[in-house]
Design a protein around this ligand. Structure first.
Ligand SMILES: Nc1nc2c(ncn2[C@@H]2O[C@H](COP(=O)(O)OP(=O)(O)OP(=O)(O)O)[C@@H](O)[C@H]2O)c(=O)[nH]1
Length: 302
């Protein structure tokens, strides 16, 4: 059995249909991960299984907000998420065609195009005549050498299956990035980790340790309707551990209380939150790519 796994970034102008497509591909409403700016370059929006392939969809925050003065270096930096992905899918709205925004994205693709496959998905085909579609596909392919072109209607589901299958075939061979049984509650795990991270950021300000990550280790539903959530705060140095714990553990206690309160409000039920701080000195080398993606990377997984 050959397994495949990798990161896929759906990009496009606002309203192109990225969320709609993602929800179709993943088969559930998962794109609920908040859009708060973080130090991570990209975050997981959903995971789908297709045969023996695991498709991990990442978000590319703040990518396409039009900027007046957009120099190339800025573009490259802002494209972090897409640049880390194995496959990028550019979504273009069929009825709008090559807008200024699309042109800008095509320019950006030149920067990140090396080393990854880029597919074109012309979306909302239900809104136009077929003749128009072929012309648009030709025009776009003349501007950029896409690996493949798909005509889809994310809303109605047309062409989505073909795209999914193609993505599964094109992903690199390798072990799955998530255990299969974690996929369903993944968005919740990530939201919970993000809440704790946010509280730590608020509390520590400039003291915030470099390269700190929060991971939700386990999520258990209890018979009484409450949830037990265990999280680990990873830091890279021993000294950082002290900062996160605070004097007599007061920092971590306050963070835990605030994060729990927010999680309880979000879930509308009782939560037992357990935080642990661990030093993982080689963390960066071990898991640079995965942790940037917010993945639950553990030693020995590779
Ligand atoms: N007619 C039609 N409408 C679609 C299709 N796909 C998405 N839409 C609609 O387009 C709108 C935008 O879709 P979203 O999925 O929210 O787009 P998005 O790219 O995630 O937007 P942002 O979050 O703003 O970046 C919604 O009203 C969708 O219902 C499609 O295939 N056909």
């Amino acid at each position: 059995m050959t397994t495949r796994a990798g990161f896929i970034a759906l990009i496009g102008e606002p309203n192109a249909g990225k969320s709609t497509l993602l929800n179709r591909m993943v088969g559930a409403k998962v794109s609920i991960v908040t859009h708060k700016v973080q130090t991570t370059r990209a975050r997981i929006r959903g995971v789908a299984m297709e045969g023996e392939a695991q498709l991990v969809f990442v978000d590319t925050p703040g990518l396409f907000k039009p900027r007046r003065r957009l120099d190339r270096a800025m573009v490259a930096a802002a494209w972090g998420g897409a640049a880390d992905a194995d496959i990028v899918v550019l979504m273009v709205e069929a009825h709008r065609g090559v807008t200024e925004g699309v042109e800008r994205i095509l320019e950006g693709l030149e920067e990140i195009g090396q080393g990854r496959k880029i597919a074109l998905a012309i979306n909302k085909i239900d809104k136009v005549q077929p003749g128009h579609l072929l012309e648009l596909a030709k025009d776009l392919n003349a501007r950029y050498g896409f690996a493949e072109t798909f005509m889809i209607s994310a809303e109605r589901g047309h062409g989505v299956e073909d795209l999914r299958k193609w993505l599964a075939d094109e992903l690199p061979e390798g072990p799955w990035l998530y255990p299969e049984d974690q996929i369903a509650d993944l968005p919740m795990r990530m939201i919970a980790a993000e809440m704790t991270r946010e509280k730590l950021t608020l509390r520590l300000h400039q003291e915030l340790p470099y390269q700190m990550t929060v991971e939700t280790e386990s999520w258990q539903e209890r018979k009484d309707g409450s949830a037990r959530v265990d999280q680990i705060i990873y830091v890279v140095r021993d000294g950082h551990k002290g900062i996160v714990l605070g004097k007599g553990g007061e920092t971590i206690k306050a963070v835990s209380q605030a994060a729990r309160a927010e999680l309880e409000e979000f879930l509308d039920r009782k939560v037992h939150l357990f935080l642990q701080v661990k030093v993982r000195p080689n963390w960066l080398e071990e898991s640079e790519r995965y942790s940037e993606m917010g993945l639950d990377f553990k030693d020995g997984n590779t």
